[in-house]
Design a protein around this ligand. Structure first.
Ligand SMILES: Nc1nc2c(ncn2[C@@H]2O[C@H](COP(=O)(O)OP(=O)(O)OP(=O)(O)O)[C@@H](O)[C@H]2O)c(=O)[nH]1
Length: 383
């Protein structure tokens, strides 16, 4: 008894695949340029859908379409899946050797179709190709960023694809030959094609999930970071600082703030140009960031003015951190950049609503200390 007609199943799976291709195509147009590979996947899904559609019409369509063209499209579709994943991961796709390999496989398929009429040989060759492509796909998906449901889902579907191809090769001994095709074409091969189309549908959904996740991460980054340095922006700083302020009050632990400003920065711009000025700002962000703990937050408030939030840090410790940053900037210098120095102001809330009444007051205290550092000759730390 046939539970479900494989051809109907195949048709539905392919139609859904085409809808996914449409979604991928729309995403490719609307997503930022650095989320690449969506176009390749849209093309791949269409190619693979057409290939399995042609293959399911064996006997209706000529062999040149139902065997040769369909296998060719299948291989190119799988290559595009890999190329898309490579582009998505920022790798340069390697076309040439794989295209040569596909060319060689097609010559073999032609010979097995018109020369030796070896149906099982064709399935074996294509099975091996699927195993190769899907294994590479599973590897690339597993290493694709961001790590999460999307990349794992994609990797699992690729791995299932490898398993299905192995199963197809393993069922070859009970596969009929070309003259005894009724059983085989109507059952094992149809189930294989349907599973294949369903798998491609799963892969498309996985890739859509992965790209959406990447978009979410990028948007979150853009909303919270200063684009030039990657340091937190003012808004993100305050949202973190408010949480830390409340935590410090609750736990009666100290909370420190360090404000800093590069000395005579206008001169750096005027002498070396704005571009070098930008490089100095980035250099400061990088090196100051390296002096901090994971729980500290470095934010750029504008120009060459930075603020650091240090949870659970008392006055002595915060002063040490500020001094370490000052010393690092003064004593070492990037080869391509001019020497520069930095002034820093430190203020601390003791966890009992002591000196500073609120976050703004704490920052104002640190700003006042920074002002004193500038007044007293720069390249120094004041509390
Ligand atoms: N290259 C570059 N320059 C900037 C940026 N933002 C602000 N500036 C410049 O930074 C300079 C800031 O200078 P000031 O704050 O007036 O003072 P300063 O020269 O640093 O001197 P002190 O702070 O008193 O030691 C101005 O010339 C701004 O044009 C930026 O993103 N890139």
């Amino acid at each position: 008894m046939q539970f479900i007609d494989p051809r109907t199943f195949l048709l539905v799976a392919n139609l859904l695949g085409m809808l996914c291709a449409l979604v991928l195509w729309v995403q490719a147009r609307s997503f930022p340029d650095d989320i690449d590979g969506l176009d390749d996947w849209a093309r791949a899904v269409v190619l693979i859908g057409c290939a399995s559609g042609f293959a399911s019409m064996r006997g209706v369509l000529p062999d040149s379409l139902s065997i040769v063209a369909s296998n060719g499209m299948l291989l190119l579709g799988q290559l595009l899946l890999i190329v898309g994943l490579q582009r998505y991961s920022g790798r340069t796709p390697v076309w040439r050797p794989t295209l040569d390999g596909i060319g060689a496989l097609m010559i073999l398929i032609l010979w097995l179709t018109y020369g030796s009429h070896n149906y099982q040989g064709r399935i074996f060759i294509m099975g091996l190709a699927h195993i190769g492509f899907f294994s590479v796909g599973a590897y690339l998906a597993w290493h694709a960023a961001p790590k999460g449901f999307g990349n794992r889902f994609l990797s699992v579907i690729f791995t299932l694809g490898v398993a299905v191809a192995i199963w197809r090769i393993a069922t070859l001994p009970i596969t009929g030959n070309e003259t005894d095709e009724n059983f085989d074409r109507n059952l094992i091969q149809q189930i294989y094609l349907a599973t294949f189309s369903l798998g491609v549908l799963g892969l498309s959904i996985g890739f859509i999930l992965l790209a959406n996740e990447r978009l979410r991460v990028e948007l979150e980054f853009m909303a919270t970071r200063d684009p030039m340095t990657g340091a937190l922006n003012r808004r993100a700083f305050f949202s973190r600082a408010e949480v830390e302020w409340a935590r410090a009050l609750r736990s009666r632990r100290p909370l420190a703030v360090i404000t800093s400003d590069i000395d005579f920065f206008k001169k750096v711009n005027d002498t070396h140009g704005h571009h070098v000025g930008d490089q100095v700002i980035k250099d400061y962000t990088l090196r100051a960031g390296q002096m901090l703990r994971l729980s500290d937050s470095l934010a750029r408030f504008g120009g060459e003015e930075f603020v650091i939030l240090l949870p659970d840090t008392g006055l002595t410790e915060a002063k040490q951190v500020a001094e370490r940053i000052r010393c690092e900037i003064e004593s070492r210098r990037a080869k391509t950049l001019p020497a520069y120095t930095v002034s820093l102001g430190v203020s601390v809330m003791q966890g009992n609503a002591g000196q500073a009444a609120d976050l703004e007051a704490l920052l104002a205290e640190a700003d006042a200390a920074l002002y004193r550092a500038k007044q007293r000759g720069r390249n120094r730390v004041e509390v």
